[in-house]
Each structure stands twice: as C-alpha cells, then as structure tokens.
Ligand binder design. Structure first.
Ligand SMILES: [Zn+2]
Length: 126
C-alpha cells in the first residue's frame, strides 16, 4: 500500500485517461478519419488560433463521450500542436469538458494573435 501511495499521482493520471485503453480505431480513428483529416488540414492549413501550421483536427465538443459528433465537420477545428496541447489540457482533459471555457479561451486567443480566418467545412466522406 505504501508503494501505491507513493505513486498515487501517477496512478490518478492513468485513471483519468482510462478511456484511452480503448483502441483509436474503436474511437473512430480509422481509414476514413485519416483521409478526412488530410483533406481538412489541406483546406485549413493555418492554426485557427495562432495561424502557424495546423497539424491537428480538434473536436471542439470532445469526441470522447460524444461519439455522434466525432464525424461532424462542424465540430472540427484546425490547430497547431502547441495550441491543441494547451486547449486540450485546460478544457478537454477534465472529467467534464468545459466547452464554454474552451470556446471563450479560443476567442480570446484569436484576439491576442489578431487572427480572423475561418474554419472551412470539409465533407467527412468524399
Ligand atoms: Zn496554434
């Protein structure tokens, strides 16, 4: 038990991410997703927040727990790895996602970076 206690923080982190045990494929990240992802990032090459190179398709309403919005193109947003890391860590990783806080933060950061480019919608299936 002592040993467990010492590693409690670590274990807790693991516990919060327990859904990650589910395979990416099962969560919807299959062939179709990767094809869509490439088309979406080609249409949206600049991070929605800071305008540097986009490399991640973020699910605004997180896909975990909301599988019906996984493929919804209106739920997607192009981000760079850095912005995605921040947004995910601050708002999506919590037990209950703080969507309102996330959208507010994105708006605020777009003001900070003075970016105004839109999110171009791309059809999920060709
Ligand atoms: Zn960015």
């Amino acid at each position: 038990m002592k040993q467990y206690k010492a590693r409690k923080g670590e274990f807790k982190k693991f516990e919060n991410n327990s859904n990650r045990q589910e395979s990416r494929q099962k969560r919807g990240y299959g062939k179709e997703w990767y094809s869509y992802r490439a088309r979406f990032l080609a249409a949206n090459p600049k991070c929605y927040i800071c305008a540097c190179k986009s490399s991640v398709v973020d699910h605004l309403l997180r896909a975990r727990g909301n599988p019906e919005h996984f493929e919804n193109p209106e739920n997607h947003c192009q981000l760079c790895a850095s912005c995605h890391g921040k947004v995910t860590g601050m708002f999506d990783a919590k037990k209950d996602q703080d969507l309102e806080g996330k959208l507010k933060y994105i708006r605020k950061m777009r003001e900070f970076y003075k970016t105004s480019h839109p999110i171009k919608i791309v059809k999920y299936r060709k």
